[in-house]
Ligand binder design. Structure first.
Ligand code: SF4
Length: 431
């Protein structure tokens, strides 16, 4: 049996790390730490604008999509790595937890700076996503992450995208400093509820995590207010904050997850929540499920998330107390439509935006097109077809110039809402 490695970083703070750092090449570390970072899903770079300048390198365009770096040499647009996969915490679901028997590595801030610049100049990446296990303390870890971003920006005039993981519970002054250099900050909520954290991440507390989220929101709001009064006022995390939630590691229902997500969006103005289905690993703790969370559950949660953010649904109406799980067989908009036949049919030539958004098979971009087109002619089913709407799917839900639905029998209603994500990625957040 393999010996279990335990790193007592508080008692042997730098010695063991420095020794291991000296033994591993940067390439070795990159293989370990890029691989370790793949478990963090919160890395889209949408929404940042940062112009390059004549002194430095790089720029970030708005709504760019960053991809993850893989250590096999594929060209990617985001260097996504951990500063270290050492961690003093013991979150049961996490491969980097202190009791995990894995290869460990740690970059120095200078090494991350060097890699980022090198990859950027080779046109492999658009920016950096940097996270870390917790070494010594939240403050110490955050200082190391900030040093990378600060050096890139202030020494090398790096204009590319930077997403920094923010360590929950770090000093508020470090949050301020991180937001000064990074485009986006994210604090992982980790699990949907405090009771989930008690079970599987004993060192983490929802109140501490949300405290840091609240600081980010307050500082961003303050920076935006200052920016309105003075255009040259310093920006704070212009691409906002996001978070990641592991789902399926506990019994928490989709309804609880969606309600939690709604509270987080409202309370902290999050740009995105990333849902990561739990995957079991060898010799995992007995408290964890043996089966992986179905990818479709993750996908349905993203669809529910989109319904809240873009389709005007409230968290409460997406599921019910009596049916708290999302269906794996059909999207949540179709489920809602089947439960509310009194809401249909919706007249595509007269209904308000809010009603059109509730038609399964019509995505929000097409809703905007319909609203535009119908101002100069009455729309038919053929017009919908030209918008790539699946007319067979929507026929039971809409009235058009040449179409009146026959009352659909239960079961004859469309079962899949294709357009909501047809030309989009729930993961990237792009429609
Ligand atoms: S603090 Fe983060 S890196 Fe450390 S064990 Fe928990 S989830 Fe993993």
């Amino acid at each position: 049996m393999k010996a279990r490695i335990t790193f007592a970083l508080c008692s042997l703070p730098e010695m063991a790390l420095n020794r291991d750092m000296a033994m591993l090449s940067v390439q070795n570390k990159l293989e370990i730490l890029a691989d370790a970072a793949k478990y963090d899903a919160s890395c889209a770079s949408s929404g940042a604008k940062r112009a390059g300048n004549s002194k430095g390198v790089g720029h970030t365009d708005g709504m760019g999509i960053c991809h993850s770096y893989t250590p096999d040499g594929r060209c990617v647009s985001l260097l996504k790595i951990l500063l270290t996969n050492y961690c003093t915490y013991d979150c049961v679901f996490c491969v980097n937890r202190v009791s995990s028997d894995i290869r460990r590595a740690r970059f120095s801030p200078q090494e991350v700076v060097g890699l980022t610049l090198d990859f950027y100049k080779r046109n492999y990446i658009e920016g950096l996503f940097l996270s870390s296990g917790i070494i010594q303390s939240p403050d110490y870890t955050m200082e190391q992450l900030i040093e990378v971003a600060k050096t890139l920006r202030s020494v090398h005039h790096f204009g590319g995208y930077i997403h920094l993981k923010t360590i929950a519970g770090c000093d508020e002054r470090l949050v301020q400093e991180a937001g000064r250099w990074a485009d986006r900050l994210s604090v992982n909520i980790e699990l949907p509820s405090q009771s989930d954290l008690v079970q599987l991440a004993p060192e983490k507390k929802a109140v501490v995590i949300e405290g840091t989220m609240g600081q980010i929101r307050a500082k961003k709001d303050a920076a935006e207010d200052e920016g309105k009064a003075l255009r040259s006022a310093p920006k704070f995390a212009p691409a906002g904050q996001s978070t990641q939630m592991v789902v399926g590691a506990t019994e928490t229902t989709d309804r609880q997850i969606i309600l939690r997500a709604s509270t987080l969006y409202g309370g902290y103005k999050l740009r995105r929540i990333y849902y990561t289905g739990f995957s079991p690993y060898p010799e995992a703790d007995a408290r964890l499920p043996l089966k992986a969370t179905p990818l479709m559950r993750e996908h349905r949660l993203y669809q529910a998330d989109w319904l809240m953010r873009f389709y005007g649904f409230s968290a409460e109406e997406i599921t019910t107390e009596s049916a708290p799980q999302l269906s794996l067989d059909e999207d949540p908009k179709t489920t809602w439509a089947k439960a509310h036949p009194e809401f249909y049919p919706v007249d595509v030539n007269a209904a308000p935006r809010e009603a059109l958004l509730r038609v399964p098979g019509i995505g929000h971009r097409n809703v905007e097109r319909i609203l535009r087109i119908r101002t100069y002619h009455r729309m038919s089913m053929e017009d919908l077809r030209k918008l790539h709407v699946r007319v067979k799917s929507v026929a039971g839900y809409v009235v058009a110039a040449d179409h009146l639905p026959t009352a659909p029998a239960a079961g004859a209603m469309p079962t899949a809402q294709m357009e909501l994500f047809a030309a989009s990625s729930a993961l990237s957040g792009q429609v």
